[in-house]
Design a protein around this ligand. Structure first.
Ligand code: AMP
Length: 282
């Protein structure tokens, strides 16, 4: 496995491989790797000749400076975890900020309305920063495929939208959410939870599963209310939103829809830690 920290070296490494017709699978991450990330890496390894895992805590996608400061970082451990499963031609790309942004990135993106609700509404500028870093990585690495987790459901829709809109020749591959044994969606931020908060956090996915089970017995509004009430009662838990949305437009629904995909998306603050999760209803 190779390790690169600058654009030019990794670009020069990949170019001949791509020219030979080899496929390159990119797994963009912010590091502090867990089994969720590794499921993307495994999928990429099984589908591509060469896999690149990027580790970059992207400053432009943090709307809260404290969140950026506190974000878990452990690149040495990440690299050693990857070393164990990656092959000779695979690579880790761990650039400093100046490599990705030699100058401040002033680009703004149009997400066709996909950013109107949920994360887009609660984290202003977040998706613009995500689009900045992902398009930069695509420019530098020219991947054949790029792997993203359904844990960040709105992000996935937005990345699909911009790659199509900007005609970027990359296949976006969606990977299912990986959970802890108690149901908590794996996240780099989980290590920031206190032991009590960590126990409470299991209630998020439990509430989502119960909500799905209620789908045929209750109205959409009742289900939304039930989830919000259940979770809001828990110590140090604040529900930012729980929306049940159309899986293509991401517009919140007010009643159940037939023959269309429906997903429930939630964001909570548990103490100081912000967590998101989602579940498919149909
Ligand atoms: P992050 O490092 O949090 O930016 O995540 C990097 C990629 O891993 C994103 O595409 C995430 O959606 C994905 N990811 C993070 N957590 C999980 C999880 N629990 N299951 C599946 N994918 C995940």
């Amino acid at each position: 496995m190779h390790l690169f920290t600058d654009n030019r070296s990794i670009g020069e490494y990949l170019l001949p491989l791509l020219a030979e017709g080899k496929t390159v699978g990119l797994v963009p991450t912010m590091g502090a790797l867990h089994r969720g990330h590794l499921s993307l890496v495994n999928r990429a390894l099984s589908e591509n000749d060469v896999v690149v895992v990027s580790i970059f805590v992207n400053p432009t996608q943090f709307n809260d400076p404290n969140d950026f400061r506190r974000y878990p970082r452990n690149p040495e451990q990440d690299i050693s975890i990857l070393q164990d499963r990656m092959r000779g031609e695979d690579a880790v790309f761990h650039p400093p900020v100046e490599e990705i942004y030699p100058e401040p990135d002033t680009r703004t993106f149009d997400f066709g309305g996909l950013d109107r609700f949920m994360e887009g509404a609660y984290r202003p500028g977040h998706f613009n920063g995500v689009a900045q870093v992902v398009t930069r990585l695509f420019e530098i690495l020219n991947p054949t495929r790029a792997y993203f987790g359904e844990k960040d459901f709105q992000q996935l829709a937005i990345i699909r939208h911009i790659t199509k809109d900007l005609n970027i020749p990359v296949e976006i591959v969606a990977c299912p959410i990986v959970r802890e044994p108690d149901g908590l969606a794996m996240s780099s931020r989980n290590v920031l939870l206190t032991p009590d908060e960590r126990k409470t956090a299991a209630s998020i996915s439990r509430a989502l599963s119960r909500a799905r089970a209620m789908r045929h017995k209750a109205t959409l509004t009742e289900v939304k209310q039930w989830v919000t009430e259940q979770l809001s009662q828990l110590p140090d838990m604040e529900v930012e939103y729980f929306e049940i949305v159309d899986d293509r437009t991401l517009v919140p629904l007010s009643r159940w829809q037939k023959n269309k995909g429906t997903v429930g998306c939630i964001a909570v603050k548990l103490g100081k830690v912000r967590l998101i999760d989602n579940i498919r209803f149909s």
